[in-house]
Write a protein that binds this ligand. Structure first.
Ligand code: PLP
Length: 390
């Protein structure tokens, strides 16, 4: 069936819930059994196959996990309390003290902080490379490398990585692969079909889509995800509660519809920005500078999503003035919701200045999250705010 059909009903068994069209929120920390012998079975396998305790399995969370596993074309999925809980679980699962991973130079702020501030204290080292150059990825691999970590498209540079090439290197060199697929969502890109081992999401963004919940997820083959469930999910305990799971599930019912709109509006806004004299450069998967990146975009993705970076001609104060002048875009962090957002990025990055500049993040860089409003209204708003710049 089509993507939006899977979003609406797949993964849910209404017979379990008296036919209720939406699953109930199982607000229970534990589940009882009528006899010990029935309960005893739960301890025969790890993770248990029956509902015992909500840190392990909860029926509301399970319905959500089944849906994302199907959308990502994977066998198994586990939700976490945030995108960062999911990312840190995968890193800690794959890489141990004395080992090493490879990650992109342009990467989400807190993933960067995890790799540079936290993991080194545990004896885990990272080499940051330009992932658009797969030769650099291969050259960075050491005998102790255990993970090739990708963010594609990357936030906020929108650069894309050749996932098939990363999988080929990982398999040949015996190294696991993981991707933060949050920007693309399974609507625009399905990395597991290309062989990526761990597909990670901040479900806070497009999956939930309504800016009312923080959540994360990891999907992959049963072989990959079950050990992650029994170790990092259960033992570190960064789980998603049933109420939050229900909100994400409700949001995901319209994922296909929303992504179609985000993709289309972003294309029109990129076109407007590219033709504007105050705009120096636009960053979006659909209009990346190099020809190979363009070809890769068409090969690997079916749409560019609604996150756009652009550099205005001018400095940090012009970027700030621009966002202050917008009325339909709110000034806020995060992205992927129904509402349009704008953020000057220079001040928000934890990276040293030299590294920020190297990935193209300069003073005039503004990030837009294109919401579900009418695109003509959004363009008119950008137009008037750009016109007011000195
Ligand atoms: C690309 C990307 N990955 C991961 C995260 C972290 O997700 P969460 O805020 O759900 O922990 C974010 C948050 O902005 C992000 O932009």
């Amino acid at each position: 069936v089509g993507f939006q059909t899977d979003c609406t009903t797949t993964g849910e068994d209404r017979r379990l819930y008296h036919g209720s069209v939406a699953p109930p929120i199982f607000a229970a920390s534990l589940f009882t059994a009528p006899t010990w012998s029935e309960f005893e079975d739960a301890f025969a396998s790890d993770p248990p196959q029956r509902f015992v305790y909500t840190r392990g399995l909860n029926p509301t969370c399970r319905a959500l996990e089944a849906k994302l596993a199907i959308l990502e074309r994977t066998e198994e999925c586990k939700f976490f309390g945030s995108g960062m809980a999911a990312i840190s679980a995968v890193m800690l699962h794959c890489v141990r003290a004395g080992q090493h991973l490879v990650a992109p130079k342009g990467i989400y702020n807190h993933t960067y902080k995890l790799l540079t501030n936290y993991l080194p204290d545990l004896g885990i080292e990272t080499t940051f490379v330009d992932m658009t150059n797969v030769g650099e990825v291969e050259a960075a691999i050491r005998p102790t490398t255990r993970l090739l970590y990708v963010e594609s498209p990357a936030n906020p540079t929108m650069q894309i990585t050749d996932l098939a090439a990363i999988v080929e290197i990982g398999r040949r060199r015996g190294v696991c692969t993981a991707i933060d697929n949050s920007l693309a969502t399974p609507f625009n890109q399905r990395p597991a079909e290309l062989g990526i081992d761990f597909v990670i999401h901040t479900a806070t963004k497009y999956l939930a889509g309504h800016s009312d919940v923080v959540a994360g997820a990891v999907a992959g083959s049963r072989d990959r995800i079950v050990p992650l469930i029994t170790r990092e999910h259960a033992d570190l305990g960064g789980i998603l509660g049933p109420f939050e799971a229900w909100l994400v599930l409700r949001g995901m019912r319209t994922l296909g519809l929303r992504m179609e709109r985000h993709n289309q509006s972003a294309l029109e806004i990129c076109e407007f920005l590219r033709n504007h004299q105050r705009v120096e450069q636009v960053f979006h998967p659909s209009c990346l500078a190099m020809d190979e990146q363009q070809a890769l975009y068409h090969r690997q993705m079916t749409g560019g999503s609604g996150l756009i970076g652009f550099k205005i001609r001018g400095g940090a104060s012009d970027a700030e003035r621009l966002v202050d002048g917008l009325s339909l875009f709110s000034i806020a962090v995060s992205w992927g919701g129904f509402e349009s957002l704008a953020l000057p990025m220079w001040e928000t990055s934890p990276m040293p200045e030299e590294r920020r500049r190297a990935i193209g993040l300069t003073e005039g860089f503004v990030r837009l999250s294109i919401g579900l409003e009418d695109v003509d209204d959004l363009i008119a708003d950008l137009d008037q705010a750009l016109a007011r710049l000195p």
